[in-house]
Design a protein around this ligand. Structure first.
Ligand SMILES: [Zn+2]
Length: 183
């Protein structure tokens, strides 16, 4: 079986003005870590973002599907949680958060994630008046990527590409369970 180490980035943009969809979409999952216990570390020093990451971690742990825990001092974490101090412009679009990762691509099963780094854009979250809850929603979305979830077309999903207002939805839990439990 062919296994290739790949590197990718997913980003979250500002909330758009798309009309609501009545249809129910499933949150897609593309990968997973080899263990349900996954470590994280804080890379930035910003208080704003640390609180948002903490809320996001609590939310994912509450699903009881994965267990995110702080990496011990001197150990490299699986997921690095960071913040960027200034505006990020990629192809003319503004991103409030983004996640980079490397993973092994398998032809016949979900990819295996080996490193992830999620970043919140402090300046943009401030410039667009994101509340504490909305910042936590963006952080939850980015950790969702770091756990192996892709974008959902459902505006109720935390994995909606332009999510600002929603936390983890039923479909998001199902996608996580599919990636870690019911493979
Ligand atoms: Zn995203």
């Amino acid at each position: 079986m062919k296994t290739i180490l790949m590197i990718a980035t997913l980003m979250i943009g500002l909330s758009g003005l798309l009309t609501a969809q009545a249809k129910t979409y499933k949150t897609p999952s593309w990968g997973h870590w080899d263990s349900r216990t996954i470590t994280y570390s804080y890379e930035g020093h910003s208080k704003c973002c640390r609180a948002s990451w903490k809320t996001a971690i609590k939310r994912w742990n509450k699903t009881k599907i994965v267990h995110l825990k702080l990496a011990k001092a001197g150990h490299k974490a699986d997921i690095a949680l960071d913040s960027a101090p200034s505006l990020n412009v990629s192809g003319g679009k503004l991103f409030t958060g983004y996640t980079h990762y490397s993973f092994y691509h398998h032809d016949t099963s979900l990819s295996e994630i080996v490193t992830a780094e999620s970043t919140l854009n402090r300046e943009l979250l401030t410039a667009y008046n994101y509340t504490k809850t909305q910042r936590a929603n963006v952080a939850t979305h980015e950790i969702g990527h770091a756990l192996g979830l892709s974008h959902s077309k459902d505006k109720k999903s935390v994995m909606y590409a332009k999510n600002r207002y929603k936390s983890i939805d039923h479909q998001d839990k199902l996608a996580l369970a599919k990636a870690y439990v019911n493979q």
